[in-house]
Design a binder for this molecule. Structure first.
Ligand SMILES: [Zn+2]
Length: 361
């Protein structure tokens, strides 16, 4: 059994990344040019305190921990990444890179994990969901979801939860789910004092499902000071949300964010949310079984070079997915959930109704 936390301690993410990328800045976040795409700006951010990295370029979007970084850099699996990082205990240099780094995220997917890990994830989901359902309507998480246009019925139907950071460990102990299992699925991390803390603490929990049950959890921060607005399970590859429960024969709308997906799902549409990860390579391939797909990119402000992430995402869509249709939102609207909040979503959908609801007739 690999001691992931020990390897993490010996390999601070900023040191490992700095072997490949010149990082600038100090304190909470460091930035540099992304090594996984042709980056003209510093789109790549590293957060030493949580041991995480992410590329903010719309066409790339890689993210993960130190293991993910090594897996992507060397195009190796998790086991080999451990070996590479384990070899660093004498501060020997990392082995020389022989191939060009790939541009597609890889890493363990939860569906490859066994029944024990499934059970841990199902338990966490039940704990987080029942916690949210027991909270008052004027509590912060419930108010946040209402602002995002979700009713109590939606919260129940989509299985949304809230992680206080205090509920999971006692529940796991009671249910006989071990801490190493919780750690394998990225639900808990070791603290510097040798205790355990919940990885998704103080976040609204947004689940993904497949036919076997809950298959992934995303955490949305409520605090504006949070390092990352969205955080997935630690060390687990982020799926395309909705993919494993989707019917490829139905009309399917592909969106960036999960709240955009909820806005359409509650209107009876089938959706997939890519959650900030570019649709390249294997991820784009996963969309091939879908016959009728529509991509709705976000509208965002151009950066200092005049580049919009939404436009880049459309280019990637055309190159990598190469089918379906792209539908743009009105210029002044950021995304579908924004339009929902502004009260204009139903009118906008009506203009696409013959396409969107063609599987209903
Ligand atoms: Zn990148």
């Amino acid at each position: 059994m690999v001691d992931k936390e020990e390897i993490r301690r010996r390999n601070p993410i900023e040191d490992v990344v700095a072997r490949f990328v010149t990082l600038r800045g100090s304190g909470k976040s460091l930035t540099g040019k992304c090594p996984f795409h042709d980056d003209s700006r510093a789109s790549f951010v590293v957060w030493p305190d949580i041991g995480y990295f992410r590329c903010y370029a719309g066409s790339c979007g890689v993210e993960g921990d130190v293991f993910t970084f090594v897996e992507l850099m060397y195009k190796v699996d998790f086991r080999e990444a451990c070996r590479i990082l384990g070899g660093e205990q004498d501060a020997r240099p990392l082995p020389k890179l022989t191939k060009r780094p790939p541009k597609v995220e890889s890493g363990p997917m939860l569906s490859e994990l066994g029944p024990k890990e499934r059970q841990a994830l199902g338990l966490a989901h039940r704990v987080y969901h029942s916690r949210l359902m027991s909270m008052r309507a004027n509590s912060k998480p419930r108010r946040y979801l209402a602002e995002r246009c979700l009713t109590v019925d939606d919260v129940r139907r989509f299985g949304i939860g809230y992680c206080t950071g205090k509920d999971l460990l006692p529940a796991a102990s009671f249910a006989g789910v071990s801490i190493p299992t919780l750690q394998t699925v990225g639900l808990v991390v070791e603290t510097p004092e040798g205790g355990w803390r919940e990885w998704l603490a103080h976040r609204v929990i947004l689940p993904d499902r497949d036919p076997k049950g809950v298959s992934y959890l995303m955490g949305r921060a409520l605090s504006p000071r949070a390092t990352l607005k969205y955080l997935g399970l630690k060390g687990v590859t982020k799926p395309i949300m909705g993919l494993d429960s989707a019917d490829p024969k139905r009309v399917t709308v592909v969106l960036e964010g999960i709240f955009c997906a909820y806005s359409l799902r509650r209107r009876g549409l089938q959706t997939l949310a890519v959650m900030g990860t570019a649709l390249r390579g294997a991820r784009a391939q996963q969309l091939q079984p879908f016959g009728n797909i529509i991509f709705v990119p976000q509208n965002d402000e151009p950066d200092e070079d005049g580049v919009r992430a939404g436009d880049q995402a459309v280019d990637v869509w055309c190159q990598e997915v190469g089918k379906g249709r792209v539908v743009r939102l009105p210029e002044s609207i950021k995304d579908v959930n924004d339009l929902d909040q502004a009260g204009g979503l139903d009118d906008w959908l009506r203009t696409w109704a013959t396409w969107l609801y063609r599987d209903r007739s």
